[in-house]
Design a protein around this ligand. Structure first.
Ligand code: R5P
Length: 309
């Protein structure tokens, strides 16, 4: 059985394949000079892609990742349907349809934060992308989706998986925290899972986002005097949420503050901004980033095993 990847999922697909007792097959993915994408199932991999169920690992981020994921799914679908007709007249032109069995593993689901119509006239972007993907595959595993409710009733089964067990293991081995903090209400479940696994104290902050770069936390007394604290969130983008939470922790006597997240977006300047506020940053490799120290493959493997039975 193959775990296939285009340009965004290669390293994770390589790590995932042995966990599923599958082989990694790299698909062709490149850019035309004008920036448009090109993908293809190479001739040597057609038998493999048709042989058994296939897992595609691909991110819907950045925007080019959304398109590449859809094009890869379409390429896989045409190969599995046996539609190989082509203008170069390469044989065979057609083969029997091998039926369903295409599963998509998404380490980072881009657009996950536009999961509501916050103002009139907006699309619910996460839903739009989810529906497009569901039309092209038989099941989806998504790692730490910001708010799973938006994709709960897609036309194909969706497994929402979490890297929190692996993040807890990393913190236990490298940080040995006393206290886990969720920087907002949205991350409570995830951060609490980490705290429960490690047997660490837990609390959360209430956050108000003023704009993309400005957030405010409601002051709260935290029992962190002399303690090592890890702030756990699903993603870090500008780093503003973590920096403000860390400031609050330091003001209340925390001796060391670490940040851990699944998705390290680290938009411009975030890494250096964070280095002025926290003692360490621990991210998974769902997106390539300089703080990717936790593998996202085990969590995706758990979801794919459930999907594939
Ligand atoms: C939002 O609710 C998310 O869980 C993160 O807290 C947020 O996206 C982090 O963004 P930033 O790093 O820009 O503060």
């Amino acid at each position: 059985m193959p775990v296939v990847s285009g340009s965004s999922g290669r390293a994770i697909a390589e790590a995932l394949a042995p966990l599923l007792d599958m082989e990694h097959v790299e698909l062709i993915s490149r850019r035309f000079p004008d920036g448009e994408g090109y993908v293809r199932v190479p001739s040597k991999s057609i038998d493999s892609v048709r042989s058994e169920p296939v897992v595609l690992v691909s991110n819907t981020y950045p925007d080019s990742g959304v398109l590449e994921t859809i094009l890869l799914l379409e390429a896989i679908a045409s190969v599995r349907a046996g539609d190989l007709s082509n203008y170069k007249n390469e044989e065979p032109q057609s083969l029997p349809d091998v039926g369903p069995g295409v599963f998509l593993a998404i380490p980072y689901f881009g657009y996950s934060r536009q999961d509501k119509r916050f103002s009139p006239g907006e699309p619910v972007s996460a839903r739009v992308i989810g529906e497009m993907l569901a039309r092209c595959c038989d099941g989806i595993a998504i790692l730490d989706l910001h708010a799973p409710a938006i994709l709960e009733d897609l036309s194909v089964p969706v497994e929402f998986v979490s890297a929190m067990p692996e993040i807890a293991a990393r913190l236990s081995n490298e940080v040995n925290p006393d206290f886990i903090l969720s920087p907002d209400k949205g991350a409570i479940d995830r951060a609490n899972e980490v705290a429960t696994i490690g047997g660490w104290d837990f609390s959360y902050l209430e956050k108000t986002r003023i704009d993309a770069h400005t957030i405010e936390h409601t002051p709260k007394d935290l029992d962190v005097q002399g303690k090592i604290v890890a702030i756990v969130d699903d993603m870090i983008s500008t780093g503003g949420t973590i920096c403000r939470a860390s400031d609050a922790l330091h003001r209340q006597g925390a001796t060391e503050v670490h940040a851990a997240c699944t998705h390290g977006l680290f938009t411009a300047g975030a890494i250096s901004r964070l280095s002025n506020h926290v003692d360490g940053v621990h991210s998974t490799d769902s997106l390539p980033n300089p703080r990717a120290v936790v593998s996202s493959a085990p969590a995706l493997a758990r979801g794919l095993k459930n999907l594939m039975g």
